[in-house]
Design a protein around this ligand. Structure first.
Ligand SMILES: *Cc1c(COP(=O)(O)O)cnc(C)c1O
Length: 369
């Protein structure tokens, strides 16, 4: 039996839509409108409708989406931004790039999302934004955060790079906060064929700023109103994403099915499986378990042909570039998660048999002890 098992199966997804995607690419190449061709505005309309917000803009990456959001909110030197240290580096990179200081809350070990109960205590007169990360595809505790944001007049920027399509109560991620950000990195739930990202807002004035900042602060040729960057989404990526977007919910549902298979089969005495809050949905950008013997289990899986990954092995305040002794051991849950999390194969083409093989191999590791 040849169960070739990738961690993420991008080839299967390409084959599913190959003829439509090839045609979309050909149209753009034939038109030669690589920058802001008509597919960009069309995709942005589709994206806004999908996220149930009035304004959505494509941009060059998820990282840029976060930077555009902070720029649109005027975050700069001397400001503080509260976020999680247990996330991909981009979340904190953009804060530092703008000269602001990241201030960390620990995470909740059940959801891996920020501990909202710590946020209010970290607010100072310099706090200019709070960035919850909807980690692995599960929304953070948004009602509580929005309430804190309202009380202190601090905008909430959602890092929805891993969670596009997830619901919090009756609303979709990226439309909950002041600005929502997502990523179309190829391995994300909605992946482009290169780098791309999106920003979302309900606020007309912010929408105007976001649209300009991503294009050199300008919406009229050679007239620059704001300090901007070059972060347009490629027409090619917009055209490809236009083809893929209508399939996102179905792909996310299959990921939920895969997660349910894992949850049913994995022995809870040996591994901690993900927990999803009852008032939200999880779209499993990652299916991540926690085990004390993580490194040994990962080696065993590799030896047995099962890929896995650690998201993320180091809290950001311990990374050389962001090292900040002030936060050492103040985020014990983040440190514990960094040492014990393991992401298993997860994509919309995994079969029940493949999931069973992963589970049997994990159980085989524990049975040998
Ligand atoms: C992927 C990711 C980003 C960055 O997105 P890119 O498109 O790779 O720039 C930011 N935050 C989180 C949580 C991510 O997973």
């Amino acid at each position: 039996m040849n169960l070739k098992m990738p961690l993420v199966d991008l080839k299967a997804q390409h084959l599913e839509l190959k003829s439509e995607i090839d045609a979309a690419i050909r149209d753009v190449v034939d038109s030669q409108q690589f920058i802001m061709g008509p597919q960009v505005a069309e995709f942005e309309q589709d994206l806004a409708a999908y996220a149930q917000v009035p304004y959505a803009f494509g941009c060059a990456s998820g990282t840029d989406a976060l930077q555009l959001a902070l720029m649109a909110l005027g975050v700069g030197p001397g400001d503080e931004v509260i976020t999680s240290p247990f996330t991909f580096a981009a979340t904190v990179e953009v804060i530092a790039l703008l000269g602001a200081t990241p201030v960390y809350t620990d995470i909740d070990l059940a959801s891996y999302n920020i501990r909202v109960d710590q946020v209010a205590g970290l607010i100072t007169p310099r706090t200019k934004a709070i960035i919850p990360v909807h980690l692995y595809g599960q929304p953070a505790d948004m009602d509580e955060l929005l309430e804190i944001g309202k009380r202190h007049e601090i905008p909430i920027v959602e890092d929805g790079a891993q969670a596009l399509g997830a619901y919090y109560r009756d609303e979709k991620v990226c439309g909950l906060g002041t600005i929502g950000c997502t990523s179309f990195f190829p391995a994300k739930n909605l992946g482009a064929y290169g780098d791309a990202g999106g920003v979302f807002t309900r606020d007309e004035a912010l929408a105007d700023r976001l649209a300009k900042i991503r294009a050199h602060g300008s919406d009229k040729r050679y007239w620059h109103e704001l300090l901007g960057v070059n972060s347009r989404i490629d027409t090619l990526q917009a055209a490809i994403l236009q083809v893929k977007l209508p399939h996102l919910d179905r792909w996310n549902q299959h990921r939920q099915q895969v997660a349910a298979w894992y949850n049913e089969q994995l022995n809870p005495a040996w591994v901690t499986t993900p927990v999803c809050g009852v008032d939200r949905t999880h779209i499993y950008q990652q299916y991540t378990i926690r085990v004390e013997q993580r490194d040994a289990l990962q080696q065993y899986l590799t030896k047995n042909g099962i890929p896995s990954a650690v998201h993320y092995p180091t809290p950001l305040y311990l990374q050389p570039v962001f090292r900040d002794a002030q936060w050492d051991s103040r985020c014990p849950n983040s440190e514990k998660a960094s040492n014990t999390v393991l992401s298993l194969p997860m994509h919309p083409y995994l079969t029940r048999e493949q999931v069973q093989l992963v589970v049997d191999t994990i159980h085989g590791f524990f049975e040998q002890d």
